[in-house]
Write a new protein. Structure first.
Length: 464
């Protein structure tokens, strides 16, 4: 497909974080962009403010006439999350429109560009945004498609002056990353996930190896030291380096934590980059930062410029995001939706605020993930001081008989635990003494954040 011949691009599921980045890219290329989504959100409203036409009813009559009447010049992009019964999708499919998954389109966009792919069951959004920010901020330049809203840019898209370098998330869901052609790859983690797609962990790891094998032999593969044993050496045709806080070819030394800020030295063989300041806390984020720094240095970016760029990085919305940070009360939100992510998040919160009681609100994401990892979720959530557990956010899935939040709740060893509906959250928290509130999950819990923030900012007296 030659994208230059396309006049109109229509997105089914345009409000998805990955879909919206591509929609923005096409819009900035001068294409007529429109789309459907199930509900209006702050992200879809932002797209509408940028001139993109969106509707929220699955109705064939609402598809723009410019799409319908110029079939040969229209591209339909859809997310696998839509149901098979979707009317618009089935109409466009049966009438011979050019229809592609988001991952296929990303593969077409990046095929002839120098592609930096960031893969991993968790950590890829933060790491890819760090890479993109460093390259952009240092003047090296890149285009970037990110799976989250970058705080520095209030967007999930960066368009730079160097159009032949692109940073993308290599998403393992639906094996999407196999449609990419990476010149350099970072793999942050290979924890079991999406077992509804892969069937078992063995198949998932095999597919990650298949992705790594696609990395150009003249390029670079960066592996988190924890997963080195899972990536077969035969899969890696290019140069390979490992990284970690205290293990791997690249490590951290002289770590200091002060006022929620991590400072450390980046150490690799006979090279040291001292006094790096990372404003986004978390031991896992420090690992992500090491990978991003390494990639920039490998591309020839000067060390001093890299250090300065890291110091200006402000993170991604919903990734260890401070909503309130005061002496007597702290409110942090995080997108963690896998036991490994929750473990990294809570351990970092403990390190930063060892004197505060942690009250955690967790919304499980997907019935299948809840069923697969109920014991792991319970184990990690038992490490907070107080737990408020919400109902499962189903996303694309139909209910699984017997699978509810209760299967996590019953395994949590805390005495101080509560199981509620999301709609009862504010009432539940209203009269509780809370020192440090963390909201965790990848569903629609973010819709409650403005209400919670307003409630806590409006308190005249907070717990000591």
């Amino acid at each position: 497909m030659n994208l230059k011949d396309i006049h109109s691009v229509y997105f089914i599921g345009i409000g998805g974080i990955g879909m919206s980045a591509i929609a923005r890219w096409f819009s900035l290329q001068g294409k007529a962009v429109s789309g459907y989504d199930r509900v209006s959100t702050p992200l879809t409203k932002s797209l509408e403010n940028e001139g993109i036409q969106i509707h929220y009813d699955d109705d064939i009559q609402l598809i723009p006439k410019g799409v319908i009447n110029q079939k040969e010049k229209s591209l339909i992009v859809f997310t696998p999350a839509i149901p098979d019964t979707h009317k618009e999708y089935n109409y466009l499919l049966s009438n011979g429109f050019e229809i592609m998954k988001r991952s296929q389109v990303l593969g077409v966009i990046t095929k002839d560009q120098f592609t930096i792919g960031v893969a991993g069951t968790h950590g890829k959004t933060t790491t890819s945004s760090m890479v993109a920010h460093i390259l952009h901020e240092t003047g090296f330049g890149c285009n970037a498609f990110i799976g989250g809203i970058m705080t520095n840019y209030n967007s999930n898209l960066i368009l730079g002056k160097k159009e032949d370098v692109v940073v993308v998330e290599a998403d393992e869901f639906d094996r999407s990353f196999l449609r990419l052609y990476p010149d350099m790859s970072i793999v942050t983690s290979v924890d079991p996930d999406h077992l509804d797609i892969y069937g078992d962990e063995t198949e998932m790891v095999r597919t990650f190896n298949e992705y790594v094998a696609k990395t150009d032999e003249k390029g670079l593969v960066l592996l988190n030291n924890k997963i080195e044993s899972q990536i077969l050496q035969d899969s890696v045709k290019s140069k390979m380096l490992t990284y970690g806080v205290s293990d791997g070819n690249i490590q951290v030394e002289n770590l200091r934590i002060a006022d929620g800020v991590f400072m450390f030295d980046y150490v690799r063989e006979d090279f040291r980059l001292a006094d790096i300041t990372l404003m986004v806390p978390g031991f896992h984020n420090m690992e992500n930062c090491i990978a991003a720094i390494t990639l920039a240095l490998e591309l020839g970016v000067e060390g001093e410029k890299v250090r300065n760029a890291v110091g200006t990085y402000r993170g991604v919305k919903r990734r260890f995001e401070y909503l309130i940070k005061e002496d007597d009360f702290v409110f942090i939100d995080d997108y963690a939706h896998h036991p490994g992510e929750i473990s990294a998040f809570i351990s970092s919160v403990r390190a930063l605020f060892s004197d505060k009681k942690i009250t955690a609100v967790f919304q499980p994401h997907l019935y299948s993930r809840t069923n697969d990892f109920a014991r792991g979720f319970a184990e990690e959530l038992s490490k907070v001081d107080e737990l408020i557990l919400l109902d499962i956010y189903p996303a694309r899935e139909e209910p699984i008989p017997g699978v509810t939040s209760r299967i996590i709740f019953d395994k949590v060893t805390l005495e101080n635990k509560t199981l509620i509906r999301k709609g009862d959250l504010l009432e539940t928290l209203k009269d509780r003494e809370v020192e440090l509130l963390v909201t965790i999950g990848a569903g629609d819990i973010d819709m409650e954040l403005p209400k919670l923030k307003e409630m806590y900012e409006g308190r005249e007296v907070r717990s000591a």
